[in-house]
Design a protein around this ligand. Structure first.
Ligand code: AHR
Length: 525
């Protein structure tokens, strides 16, 4: 069956489950590319990450005061090096659920005078030693762009507005004097601000109905833009997928209310293999495709109905609103629900999780026209690619696809026409074994391929319709002895293995091993 990311193109005679398991014979597939058939420019912010005051993500993760591994500010140097190596361009903070009861004033001023507060999202006490100044220092050292999520749960419009003023204000006011007193003269100029987190979720502190949230977020958005017209605002779309929740209705209400003020609408997705069903789990990125495409339709509908309030005519100002997929990951083992506490929520990833992460990244790249922000949740320890203890760290399996995409995928996202054998899984009727994305930046072509097959390699002919390959191809393959293989301190079973190949002419054929993610980097003539 021939599949494009936009749908089924042509059916072959193949029955849905055509692959025989247990045999090493390579099955075949193809990927067709045209250098001018694009899906949109890739925004590097889709390779963003997220730190929350949760478990050992910040305290004990990136920030470990008194540790011999930390610098004088308290930042763990080994963690910083691993984060830099992963190439994190964009970082969201302070939550997550944490943000919905966070008072930014608690996290400024001399560290020893900051108040400890009951932290109700995750059932602990927040010492507030990592606050706005520490976050801004961290992103500055990292070379990443900051994204701050405001408290639209228990906070007020004024709290949110004054946080924007504290961070970005250049006039002489009581608030900017406070910033200067705390050691920062120049405004930081943070551009990206979230209008709350998962406000549709019943679990969220300050949860509201769609219309109550939309009204509150609209006024907060106005105040934020009146304080600094250059800010970009991310409205909280729906992330509650449980039966009975009105995902479409929430998003429609938020879009219709905020379409003249918000620049992005955020959604989240976490998946897991609770059923221990590899074939279905590894197809999870299809769910991300579906969520993005449904939300893109709602955005188009809302934006096409904008009316000029003075003339009553349809608006023709070219205003755009994009998707911010600002939390996504595999997360199902460590929920931290029954036993609340700092160290409970720590997920240990295996190879199949890394393949799902690579598939999610393919989905984000394949929707580069509508998704302009995405943040893996989260950076260190909790549900994260980097895992620390007092003595060092190890890189989880999911680190490698994140690193390969963020370092190398740029330019335009190409429309990938995949012709692959397919199978049917518990949740999805048609799952191609080969899942792919491609980007072209000048003459640099990067192709990302997940072979979802558990037992068989797949020989894929990658055809260029209008260009030719020219010379060396760098191959980075993420794989391991089996789908449950994990890394640990002193044990790396899953990593990116480098090799090289050569290609000329219009077709490059590569054999992708069973249960693997591979990135091919080629130059075009
Ligand atoms: O990333 C962990 C949590 O998942 C976040 O705090 C919340 O937004 C989501 O439910």
């Amino acid at each position: 069956m021939k599949i494009s990311r936009r749908g089924v193109l042509a059916a072959s005679a193949a029955a849905p489950m055509i692959m025989k398991t247990g045999s090493a014979r390579a099955a075949t597939a193809s990927i067709q590319l045209h250098s001018r058939r694009h899906r949109g420019e890739i925004d590097k912010k889709i390779f963003g990450n997220f730190i929350e005051h949760l478990g050992r993500c910040i305290t004990g993760g990136i920030f470990d005061e008194g540790s011999p591994l930390s610098d004088k500010e308290g930042f763990r140097k080994d963690v910083m090096a691993a984060v830099k190596d992963m190439n994190v361009p964009f970082l969201r903070w302070p939550g997550g659920n944490f943000s919905s009861n966070y008072n930014w004033r608690d996290g400024i001023g001399p560290r020893n005078q900051r108040p400890p507060r009951l932290e109700m999202a995750w059932g602990t006490v927040e010492d507030n030693r990592f606050g706005t100044h520490e976050f801004m220092d961290y992103v500055e050292q990292l070379g990443a762009e900051p994204y701050i999520c405001m408290n639209l749960g228990t906070g007020t419009w004024t709290d949110a507005q004054q946080w924007v003023e504290y961070v970005n204000g250049s006039q002489d006011t009581e608030i900017t004097r406070l910033r200067k007193k705390n050691g920062r003269d120049k405004p930081w100029g943070v551009k990206y601000w979230g209008l709350g987190n998962e406000m549709d979720g019943y679990w969220q502190m300050g949860h509201r109905s769609a219309s109550d949230y939309a009204a509150f977020a609209l006024e907060t958005a106005k105040l934020a833009k009146l304080t600094d017209p250059s800010v970009k605002l991310i409205a909280a779309g729906a992330s509650n997928y449980r039966a009975g929740s009105d995902w479409i209705g929430w998003n429609r209400t938020v879009l219709e209310s905020l379409r003249d003020y918000a620049d992005y609408i955020s959604i989240h997705l976490y998946v897991g293999n609770q059923a221990n069903d590899y074939a279905d789990f590894v197809a999870s990125p299809i769910e991300m495709d579906q969520k993005i495409e449904t939300l893109a339709g709602l955005i188009n509908a809302a934006m096409s109905q904008r009316v000029d309030h003075v003339t009553g005519q349809p608006m023709r100002d070219g205003r755009k609103l994009y998707i911010a997929f600002d939390e996504w990951n595999v997360w199902y083992r460590a929920r931290g629900d029954s036993q609340r506490g700092r160290r409970i929520l720590e997920e240990h990833y295996n190879l199949e999780d890394a393949l799902v992460v690579a598939g999610f990244l393919n989905s984000l790249v394949n929707h580069a026209d509508t998704v302009k922000i995405a943040n893996l949740a989260q950076l260190v320890n909790v549900i994260a690619p980097i895992f620390t203890n007092d003595k060092g760290l190890f890189l989880q399996t999911i680190y490698y696809p994140l690193q390969l995409f963020s370092r190398n995928v740029k330019g335009n996202s190409l429309d990938v026409l995949v012709d692959s054998p397919t199978y049917k899984s518990r949740r999805f009727d048609v799952v191609p074994y080969i899942d792919a994305s491609a980007s072209l930046d000048g003459n640099s072509l990067v192709i990302n391929v997940v072979n979802r097959h558990q037992d068989q390699p797949m020989e894929v002919a990658i055809g260029l319709e209008d260009r030719e390959f020219s010379g060396a191809v760098t191959v980075s393959e993420v794989n391991g002895p089996d789908i449950k293989a994990e890394n640990d301190f002193g044990k790396t079973l899953v990593s990116a293995r480098q090799s090289s190949a050569n290609a000329s002419g219009r077709t490059l054929t590569h054999s992708f091993p069973a249960h693997s993610y591979t990135q091919l980097r080629a130059t075009l003539a």
